[in-house]
Design a protein around this ligand. Structure first.
Ligand SMILES: [Zn+2]
Length: 413
C-alpha cells in the first residue's frame, strides 16, 4: 500500500463548502476557495481544495456543507474570564454621577474583583468561568487565552490558573494560560510596587512554573500599573524560566511597553491606543503582534484610536480579543468584537477576521492553527452566511451551524 492510498482513508469529509482558509498564498481575499472540500484525519486537515480536484476518499463520515462558509475555529487571544463578583453596581453608580475616585474610596474598581476572587473557592470560579467559556464556544471559539491577575498573591494566582487548566481539561476548547500577577498592586503592597515585583519574581512565578500552570507572562505597564523598568525585571525572570511575554501596553499613555515586548522577542502588545511610531517599527522588526481590544475602547468611551494606518503600513500583524473582564470589557462575544473592530477601529472585515484566526494564533505563539492548511489542527467553524464579510457585518445573530475542535464535533446547531 503506498502512502497515497493510505492518505485517502479519512475520518470526515466536508463537501460543498466555501473555504475561508485565511491563507494568503491561496487567494488574496480570505484565502477563499469556492466550491471546496476538506478532509480530516486524526484531528488534522489532510486535504483541502476545490471539490472538482478532490481525490476519491474513503471517509468514515461525509457532511454536505450546503454551500456555507467554513473558517478556522475562532481564537480569543485576550480574556480575563476567571473572576468572582460583579461590578454592575459600580456601572450604575457611575451613571448616577458617582466619580471613579469615590468608587475607589468605597473599595470599588479592580480591587473589589480581587477581594471577591480571593474569597471564592476554586469550584465556584470554575462554575462561573465554565458558563463564560461555553458562551464563547457557542459562537465558534475553539481556542481561548485566559489570564490570572485577580489573585495578586501566589496562592490565589495559582488558584486562578488551576481553574484555567481545568477548563482546558473539561471543555472542548484549547486554553492558553497567562500569568498576570503584575495586573495591579495588591493592598498589602500599597506604595511598594518594586517589592511586589520582587515577590512575583522570587515567589509567585517560580511556583507557577514548577506547577506548569502558565504558557506566558503578562503585565499592566501604565502610570496606574507598573513601570517599564518593573516590567523589564519581571520579563527577564520569565525569560530565564522559558516563558514568553506579552503586555497590556500604551492603553492610557505611552510608556513604550510595546517596544519592551519586542526587545524580549515577546508574543504581543495589547490595547495600544497610545502606541508610538518608534514602537511600531520595533514591533514590525520582531513580528510582535498588535492585539486590539475594541470592547475596552468602547466601554471606557476612549476616543484615541490605536494607530491602525501605521500598523498596516509597517505590516505589524493585528489580532482582536474580547478582553472579557468585569471592569472595562464586560462582554463575552468575540463575534461582537469582529464587528466593533470594523466600526470602531476601521479594520476591514478581512483584517478583523484574520485578527481572530491567523493573527490571534500568532499572538499566542500557536503555529498549528488559525488557518486552513494541510497539517494544521482541524479546528473549524461552518457559518450560514452569504459572504465572508458577513461574520463582521452582523451582530446579535449567531450564524454558526457547526464547529469542530481537533476534528471532533462541538457545536451542531
Ligand atoms: Zn486585559
Amino acid at each position: 500500500m503506498n502512502l497515497q492510498t493510505e492518505n485517502q482513508v479519512v475520518d470526515l469529509l466536508i463537501k460543498n463548502v466555501n473555504l475561508m482558509t485565511m491563507d494568503e498564498s491561496v487567494s488574496a481575499s480570505y484565502g477563499l476557495i469556492e466550491h471546496g472540500c476538506i478532509a480530516l484525519r486524526h484531528g488534522n486537515i489532510v486535504w483541502l481544495g476545490p471539490e472538482s480536484t478532490a481525490p476519491e476518499f474513503e471517509a468514515a463520515e461525509i457532511i454536505d456543507g450546503n454551500g456555507h462558509y467554513l473558517s478556522p475555529g475562532l481564537i480569543d487571544c485576550h480574556t480575563h474570564l476567571v473572576f468572582a463578583g460583579s461590578r454592575a453596581k459600580e456601572f450604575e453608580q457611575r451613571l448616577t454621577g458617582v466619580s471613579y475616585q469615590q468608587i475607589a474610596e468605597q473599595g470599588g474598581g479592580i480591587l473589589s474583583t480581587v477581594r471577591a476572587t480571593r474569597a471564592a473557592h476554586e469550584e465556584q470560579l470554575l462554575v462561573s468561568a465554565t458558563k463564560r467559556v461555553r458562551q464563547l464556544i457557542s459562537e465558534g471559539v475553539t481556542t481561548v487565552e485566559i489570564k490570572s491577575g485577580y489573585g495578586l498573591d501566589t496562592d490565589n494566582e495559582i488558584k486562578m490558573l488551576r481553574v484555567a487548566s481545568q477548563l482546558k481539561a473539561q471543555l472542548p476548547v484549547s486554553v492558553s494560560r497567562t500569568f498576570l500577577g503584575a495586573h495591579a498592586l495588591p493592598p498589602e503592597f500599597a506604595g511598594r510596587a518594586d517589592d511586589y515585583i520582587n515577590y512575583l519574581i522570587t515567589d509567585s512565578l517560580p511556583k507557577v512554573v514548577e506547577l506548569d500552570l502558565a504558557d506566558s507572562v503578562d503585565g499592566f505597564c501604565e502610570g496606574i500599573g507598573f513601570s517599564r523598568e518593573q516590567m523589564s525585571r519581571l520579563f527577564a525572570a520569565a525569560d530565564e524560566l522559558g516563558l514568553p511575554v506579552k503586555l497590556h501596553a500604551e492603553q492610557l499613555s505611552d510608556l513604550s511597553g510595546a517596544e519592551l515586548v519586542a526587545e524580549f522577542d515577546g508574543l504581543s502588545a495589547d490595547h495600544l491606543e497610545y502606541l508610538s511610531e518608534q514602537s511600531i517599527k520595533q514591533m514590525a522588526h520582531k513580528n510582535t503582534v498588535a492585539v486590539l481590544l475594541p470592547g475596552a475602547f468602547y466601554t471606557l468611551s476612549e476616543t484615541k484610536l490605536p494607530p491602525i494606518f501605521a500598523l498596516r503600513e509597517h505590516n505589524v500583524p493585528i489580532a482582536i480579543g474580547s478582553d472579557y473582564n468585569p471592569g472595562s470589557s464586560p462582554l463575552c462575544s468575540l463575534k461582537l468584537m469582529l464587528h466593533m473592530a470594523c466600526t470602531q477601529f476601521k479594520l476591514t472585515p478581512e483584517e478583523a477576521t484574520k485578527g481572530v484566526t491567523l493573527n490571534a494564533a500568532k499572538a499566542l505563539g500557536l503555529t498549528d492553527r488559525g488557518v486552513l492548511k494541510v497539517g494544521k489542527k482541524a479546528d473549524l467553524c461552518l457559518w450560514e452566511i452569504e459572504h465572508p464579510a458577513e461574520l463582521a457585518y452582523t451582530f446579535g445573530v449567531n450564524p454558526l451551524v457547526k464547529s469542530w475542535q481537533n476534528g471532533q464535533l462541538v457545536i451542531n446547531n
